[in-house]
Design a protein around this ligand. Structure first.
Ligand code: DC
Length: 236
């Protein structure tokens, strides 16, 4: 008898730009689990701060953000047509707004604030407590769900991640040079891993998925193998 996959908590952590959300979405779709994009939640708070004059000229008014934190309501809803998860901030669809460069440039600073993390971790725990969820982020296996049934720590070499980002950006018509994309990847790894609040760290019981040389299919198979090993799927 396999365990009931509808109750599983899958925690996916890892470096930026290594395809965590691709894996998380594929697993969620395959087993009808709920995908929780925790990065989107930090982005939504950042967007709120930008919209409400809390970030000005790169400076964050932390007192004002702390005073407003109870007014920030975030929901992740599944679009019934596309099946995609869409982020709502106080009832407004902000899915595309939170992916802007402006938000990306400020989200590291916002996600380093302990009162923001405390609030979002609590929300993530409420969203996932029933199980049947796949969460991706930086602190899921270490802080949010230390008892998650399957913990995956994803990584790929900085050069490979930079190449993927570079290709993505040039395909969108952005003018970038490879060296600066690579430096950005390296510097974000450093910020994520050395910040005081919940730094990116592999949980002791997480399994490492290095997808530097894996195809999407190989990667999905790797996760399926972990689920079979864990007794969540019949060997098929
Ligand atoms: O995964 P992403 O790029 O959308 O994440 C946006 C930012 O939020 C990134 O700077 C890391 C941070 N983050 C975090 O600190 N903790 C999480 N659980 C998820 C994201």
């Amino acid at each position: 008898m396999s365990k009931n996959i509808n109750q599983i908590i899958v925690a996916i952590d890892g470096h930026s730009s290594c395809g965590k959300s691709t894996v998380a979405k594929e697993i969620a779709a395959k087993f009808n689990l709920t995908y929780i994009d925790t990065g989107a939640m930090y982005r939504a708070v950042t967007y709120y701060a930008l919209q409400n004059g809390i970030i000005q000229e790169g400076f964050i008014d932390t007192d004002k953000l702390a005073a407003s934190i109870d007014d920030i309501h975030i929901q992740l809803k599944r679009d019934s047509l596309s099946g995609n998860v869409v982020t709502y901030l106080n009832g407004e669809n902000v899915e595309s707004a939170i992916r802007s460069l402006e938000v990306s440039n400020h989200v590291s600073a916002i996600s380093a604030l302990s009162f923001v993390r405390k609030r979002l971790v609590q929300l993530q725990q409420e969203m996932g407590q029933q199980g049947g969820v796949v969460l991706d982020g930086r602190d899921i296996g270490t802080v949010v769900f230390p008892n998650a049934e399957l913990k995956i720590f994803m990584t790929a070499s900085p050069e490979i991640r930079a190449k993927r980002r570079f290709d993505e950006m040039t395909q969108k018509g952005e003018q970038v040079d490879f060296e600066s994309v690579l430096q950005n990847v390296i510097s974000r790894d450093h910020i994520d891993s050395t910040r005081a609040e919940s730094p990116l760290r592999k949980a002791d019981d997480a399994q490492v998925l290095d997808n530097s040389h894996l195809t999407r299919e190989d990667q999905l198979q790797w996760v399926m193998d972990r689920l079979i090993e864990g007794g969540w799927l019949n060997n098929r």
